[in-house]
Design a protein around this ligand. Structure first.
Ligand SMILES: C[S@@+](CC[C@H](N)C(=O)[O-])C[C@H]1O[C@@H](n2cnc3c(N)ncnc32)[C@H](O)[C@@H]1O
Length: 243
């Protein structure tokens, strides 16, 4: 529970609804099994719903972190890098990068602190987490919209975003967010996207048309499922080629 509070649960309504619907289905089957013969299907449905909710919670508090550890272990991150995390939430990814940097580097996280996207999501909470890790010389957070970044052009060696882009709708706005990321990236800077919501092809097409080289793109198994295989996590690592 403490871990959940510190880290926040992504889209908290989704797993809660899955588990409630699952429990109600099982209760219904137990109460009314004498009145219909196919009650076992209701029980199976209930168990699957609860299982989906639990898989979602596992991905949120553990799977996502493992995915980022794997990605970061494959990146070459000089300790003086400047990193920007779009939609940082509780700073999970921000802190993973900050741990790789010296005081010559810096990691900034921006967010609009939406509680429907992550529980207990506030600027103060994330600042307190950074302070508790004694990383305030290396990492900071501010309130900003990824559609309109308050930063100069060509500032960052890495722009990263974790499970935040799909919250932006419609597709044209997601393209605007990617264009903003592109604007603040240094020439040869690296963009890392981890997301869900079936937009991988869309992102790859925008990045290719902006002249990126795609280094890697991957879709993850059960550690990245948001309820089930129909809603997986995927990642894209791309380097921008601009003058
Ligand atoms: C599912 S949470 C993920 C948080 C964090 N990146 C992580 O992986 O733990 C999505 C985050 O994106 C933020 N967000 C959504 N739309 C945003 C926008 N237009 N600009 C900045 N942040 C945004 C939400 O407030 C939320 O903190």
């Amino acid at each position: 529970m403490n871990k959940l509070k510190k880290q926040g649960l992504d889209a908290p309504l989704v797993p809660i609804l899955y588990i409630i619907v699952g429990l109600l289905a099982i209760l219904y089957a137990l109460l009314f099994h004498t009145y219909y013969s196919s009650y076992l299907w209701t029980v199976i449905y209930g168990i699957l719903m609860i299982f989906g909710g639990l898989i979602f919670i596992h991905t949120s508090i553990r799977g996502k972190s493992i995915i980022w550890d794997n990605i970061i272990s494959e990146l070459n991150i000089p300790e003086n890098s400047k990193v920007l995390d779009l939609g940082t939430g509780h700073g999970l990814v921000l802190l993973k990068f900050a741990h790789r940097l010296s005081e010559k580097g810096h990691a900034t996280g921006i967010d609009l602190w939406r509680n429907r996207d992550q529980s207990d999501n506030t600027l103060e909470n994330t600042k307190a987490i950074i302070e508790s890790k004694k990383l305030e010389q290396i990492a900071d957070v501010q309130t900003a919209n990824m559609l309109d970044l308050p930063f100069e052009d060509n500032q960052y060696d890495f722009v990263v975003t974790s499970l935040a882009l799909h919250n932006i709708k419609p597709a044209s706005a997601r393209k605007d967010a990617l264009n903003e990321a592109n604007r603040v990236l240094k020439p040869n800077g690296t963009l890392v996207i981890v997301d869900t919501g079936h937009n991988k092809k869309e992102y790859l097409s925008v990045l290719r048309s902006n002249g990126y080289s795609i280094q890697q793109h991957k879709t993850y198994g059960i550690i990245g499922w948001w309820t089930g295989p129909w809603m997986p996590t995927y990642s894209i690592i791309a380097t921008v080629n601009k003058n």
